[in-house]
Design a protein around this ligand. Structure first.
Ligand SMILES: [Zn+2]
Length: 315
């Protein structure tokens, strides 16, 4: 009953947003580049690259800046990135300071032709710890409803740079929103398999707050919402205590995390008897062509990985 209601709510939300869709203004027209007269759409993270490809299809030339496994918080900006961004007809980024290092370059070089998909009406960000500061949590794509809003905004922006394909983009958007609604219901059904008191996870950094809120899972990170900081010895001790006191079953490494954080997580698990689950994809999709190489596949992979580990016993 709850599933059906949520599904209906999400469908209504998507519909209402579509009806009130206001296309962003200020995007430039298409440029002729090297014989390819399609508009160039540059994306920052792999999730947003997937979205641009799903909605834009062959009608736009998508260039993704970050590759599989790269951490957007710590992305190592290449000299050619500024040129790529400068030549883009549209840059689709996440915003909310996820692209810490690329943020300024996009804002300087894209000259207004960029859209920060998480910074929009309809998305109220959660707050999280960023070192000693409290900041907006940028990992909004982990909520499938928010990702639906990313898709709506991306379709609107794509229609600005390629207005002749607007109907096609809308058609793809509607089909994709249906897939997101289906995904949301599937994830909820999978988590129903886990007894409520066992729905607690620990990850390397705090990227799963939106996911946890959507599916009733308590989430803890070894560090906060950015990977720009290192954990303190107190952070590590506090986390161990939390795992022991609450009998938390599993900790999960993330594919975009550096080796030192993964080693620390392994040690925390060894010291507390928690299971080390399989790798999750938080800030980067899996490799193109693999099951987790798309947003839909990544969300299914993460869900299966978490549910399977939480259903198993502690070692
Ligand atoms: Zn992150």
């Amino acid at each position: 009953m709850r599933l059906a209601q949520n599904r209906m709510k999400m469908a209504m939300l998507a519909f209402a947003l579509l009806m009130s869709m206001v296309f962003v203004s200020g995007c430039g027209g298409s440029d002729v580049k090297g014989g390819d007269d399609r508009p160039t759409v540059v994306t920052t993270t792999t999730m947003i690259e997937d979205l641009a490809r799903v909605i834009g299809g062959e009608e736009v030339n998508v260039i993704g800046i970050m590759k599989t496994g790269e951490d957007p918080h710590l992305y190592d900006v290449k000299p050619k990135d500024a040129t790529t961004i400068r030549k883009a007809d549209l840059v689709l980024m996440n915003g909310l300071h996820l692209e810490a290092t690329l943020d300024t370059i996009v804002k300087e070089q894209a000259a207004g032709r960029y859209v920060a998909l998480a910074e929009q009406q309809g998305i109220t960000p959660l707050s999280g710890a960023d070192g000693l500061e409290v900041a907006s949590d940028p990992h909004c794509w982990m909520d499938t409803r928010f990702y639906g809003l990313y898709a709506i905004e991306a379709a609107a922006a794509l229609s600005e740079v390629a207005p002749e394909h607007e109907a096609l983009f809308k058609e793809r958007l509607l089909a994709y929103l249906d897939e997101l609604i289906e995904l949301d219901a599937w994830i909820k059904a999978r988590f129903d398999e886990v007894p409520e008191q066992q729905r607690v996870i620990v990850t390397g950094h705090d990227a799963f707050a939106y996911f946890g809120r959507s599916y009733g899972i308590e989430v803890h990170g070894l560090i906060g919402i950015s990977t720009e900081q290192d954990p303190t010895p107190q952070d590590i001790e506090q986390l161990k205590r939390l795992i022991r006191d609450n009998g938390i079953r599993a900790v999960f490494p993330e594919s975009s995390l550096g080796g030192s954080l993964i080693q620390l997580l392994d040690k925390v698990a060894a010291d507390t008897g928690a299971v080390v689950g399989k790798e999750l994809h938080s800030d980067s999709l899996g490799a193109p062509g693999t099951a987790a190489g798309t947003y839909l596949g990544m969300m299914r992979h993460n869900t299966n990985t978490i549910v399977d580990a939480l259903k198993g016993g502690r070692e």
